[in-house]
Design a protein around this ligand. Structure first.
Ligand SMILES: [Zn+2]
Length: 158
């Protein structure tokens, strides 16, 4: 799906579609797999001002938690506006923090989307609170109740 970024922005075009797991090889290499997702690319720019392309992606990804090895589900929601620069060399010359993409080559739209997904992924794939840690809290589930009853009985006999 190669595209001319300058043309895309000039015409204020918009494309979008469903994302499927097999499309995101680099995301898969990082240990994440996609359940379902959607992407949208929008072009624009004021006359005389910089042209830009907005990359949006949302969906659900999963990985194996690096702490408890349980299943980790993560909701993706990213939206980034990239200014279109003349070339990679031109991008090097800017000294600000604006995100840019080189418009001097025909670009694979999905590659651009995947770049943004990778930037949005959590640094470390793990639960904020692991399920294994939650389950040791008392009074949760049958085991917790049994343990609670047991310790209550012990409390009476001592
Ligand atoms: Zn975990």
């Amino acid at each position: 799906m190669a595209m001319d970024l300058f043309e895309f922005a000039r015409r204020a075009e918009r494309i979008g579609g469903e994302l499927q797991g097999g499309m995101l090889a680099r995301v898969n290499e990082l240990g994440w797999s996609l359940d379902e997702g959607h992407y949208e690319l929008t072009g624009g720019g004021a006359q005389g001002g910089p042209q830009w392309i907005e990359v949006q992606a949302s969906g659900q990804l999963r990985a194996v938690c690096q702490r408890c090895l349980g299943a980790l589900v993560w909701s993706l929601s990213t939206k980034t506006r990239l200014e279109i620069a003349e070339s990679e060399a031109a991008i090097e010359l800017f000294e600000d923090d604006v995100d840019r993409v080189a418009g001097d080559r025909s670009l694979d739209a999905l590659m651009l989307v995947e770049d943004e997904i990778i930037l949005a992924l959590p640094m470390v794939g793990r639960h904020e609170v692991c399920v294994a840690q939650q389950s040791v809290e008392p009074q949760t589930g049958a085991l917790g109740r049994a343990l609670g009853a047991w310790s209550a009985k012990r409390g009476q006999s001592s």
